[in-house]
Write a protein that binds this ligand. Structure first.
Ligand code: DC
Length: 217
């Protein structure tokens, strides 16, 4: 397969690995469009909950995915633990993933705003959504470090929850994301691994840019 004219940077990794922050910074640095694909699954999960449905219900989950309006996602509402949990439940369903796939591929093929490139972050961007991406990063960190980062974030926004509870959530999300049959979370064979456990946001960004510049040169 030939690489497309649009530069596509695929950034995958587990929950709270720092991939979202990194992906946003990378998109700004190269002036590329950015898509947080987790927000699509979160909005789908949240829509099911908001309608009084059960995210485990195949039909309710598919209907929510098909009705998804990516341009009007409530960024505040989708960031809760409940939405994250519902997201990882609907994301297991092949029909939900298929419904969301085209939107992601179109975004990568024709980035909005006439941008010359797109940065997509998620779990299966390098393996399934954009297997021909120009550069692939798999960003990770230990579960304890990720739980600590998420706990700090929630704490700052006034949510009272123990770090042990967050660690349990992180492990459960990892298990669900990595063990599902369709598009499980895993590094693409040609992905560059970036472990941010002992890196500041700035250091992780510098390493990512070095990898991307080298891959594009
Ligand atoms: O990255 P996040 O925490 O916002 O993702 C929420 C959930 O969505 C996560 O548990 C797995 C799912 N997801 C996915 O299955 N595939 C993607 N490309 C992105 C997210």
């Amino acid at each position: 397969m030939t690489k497309s004219a649009v530069t596509v940077i695929a950034i995958d990794g587990p929950a709270a690995s720092g991939k979202g922050t990194l992906a946003r910074q990378i998109a700004r640095h190269y002036d590329y469009a950015y898509l947080d694909t987790g927000s699509l699954y979160r909005a789908t999960g949240l829509a099911v909950l908001a309608a009084g449905g059960d995210p485990n219900d195949d039909e309710a989950a598919l209907a929510a995915a098909q009705a998804l309006d990516a341009a009007h996602i409530d960024e505040g509402a989708i960031r809760t633990r409940e939405a994250g949990d519902a997201a990882s439940i609907v994301a297991v369903k092949p029909a939900v993933r298929a419904a969301i796939l085209d939107f992601q591929r179109d975004f990568a093929a024709s980035p909005p705003g006439g941008k010359k490139g797109a940065v997509l972050d998620g779990r299966d961007i390098g393996t399934v959504v954009c297997p021909d991406a120009t550069v692939k990063l798999f960003v990770t960190a230990s579960p304890e470090i990720r739980a600590h980062r998420r706990w700090l974030e929630l704490n700052k926004s006034g949510v009272e929850v123990s770090e042990a509870q967050i660690l349990e959530d992180v492990r459960e999300r990892d298990r669900r994301d990595a063990e599902r049959a369709v598009s499980p979370m895993r590094p693409a064979s040609d992905a560059h691994l970036l472990d941010t456990s002992n890196l500041s946001i700035e250091a992780a960004f510098d390493m990512a840019v070095a990898i991307i510049d080298k891959a594009m040169s």
